[in-house]
Design a protein around this ligand. Structure first.
Ligand code: GLP
Length: 242
């Protein structure tokens, strides 16, 4: 697990966007794992700029999002599908058949979750997985205490996560209390992982991660200690070096 503090948040976002862009350029069949959240908004803005100013064939790439709120209408502006369209997909040359999300309705949930994992593992797992981090160390929506062996499934969100995500809703009561998320095992199958953390609210969890030598299920992101290719990018505010 390598940590790099890039100083300011826009530079950090630019760096991550360049890594995504280079991954796509290197491999036209690339499979990307994508994340949502406020931290990723400038990453997708930079990626859109790079894709507009450089000729790249996107027709064969596939993207897999980490999570989606359970039973939230996919057309809702609060859904992660809407987020991804708004920040990325609507601005680049990609067709809906190329981007995937965990299914978020009750019907056939277990089969659909299994199918999502199989789709991710089929032929080749994800080449580059992008991650944000919750203030409690969650990755995707894998909350503290999640077994490291977990696969894609429905989860209950913690109070802390509901509070943190309330800023994207009009009132806290509108925040869904459940979601469907890629599991920790699913995430760990990726070839390469970049976790981006910016802002002062992330400093404490990044510092904890930096100090850890053994993974602990109470801090889901600490599983990354077991992965051979993880880069954690921060700005000054989230930096572990202070
Ligand atoms: C949500 C997402 C996570 C994301 C986290 C941090 O809970 N499910 O994938 O990492 O929020 O979001 P933000 O970047 O807004 O702090």
């Amino acid at each position: 697990m390598e940590f790099i503090n890039l100083g300011n948040a826009s530079l950090a976002a630019q760096y991550v966007a360049i890594e995504l862009f280079r991954e796509i350029k290197r491999n036209p069949h690339t499979k990307l794992g994508l994340a949502t959240g406020g931290t990723m908004e400038p990453v997708y803005a930079e990626l859109v700029k790079l894709l507009k100013s450089n000729p790249v064939d996107l027709s064969l790439i596939q993207t897999f999002n980490l999570d989606e709120y359970f039973e939230l209408d996919k057309q809702s502006p609060k859904s992660y599908l809407y987020y991804m369209k708004h920040h990325l997909f609507d601005h680049i040359d990609i067709k809906p058949e190329q981007y995937y999300f965990p299914d978020n309705d009750r019907e056939n949930l277990d089969e659909d979750n299994k199918a999502y994992d199989e789709l991710i593992m089929k032929e080749h797992p994800i080449h580059l997985q992008l991650l944000g981090i919750g203030t409690n160390g969650h990755i995707g929506f894998n909350e503290p205490g999640t077994p490291f062996t977990s696969n894609t499934r429905m989860v209950d969100l913690s109070e802390e996560t509901i509070r943190a995500n309330a800023r994207f809703f009009d009132t806290i009561d509108e925040v869904p209390t459940q979601a469907v998320t890629m599991g920790i095992n699913t995430i760990m199958q990726s070839d390469r992982i970049i976790l981006l953390a910016t802002g002062e609210k992330k400093q404490s969890i990044i510092r904890q991660l930096y100090d850890m030598t053994q993974p602990n299920e109470e801090i889901p992101a600490s599983v990354l200690l077991n992965h051979p290719n993880v880069l954690i990018i921060t700005d000054n505010e989230a930096s572990p070096y202070k």
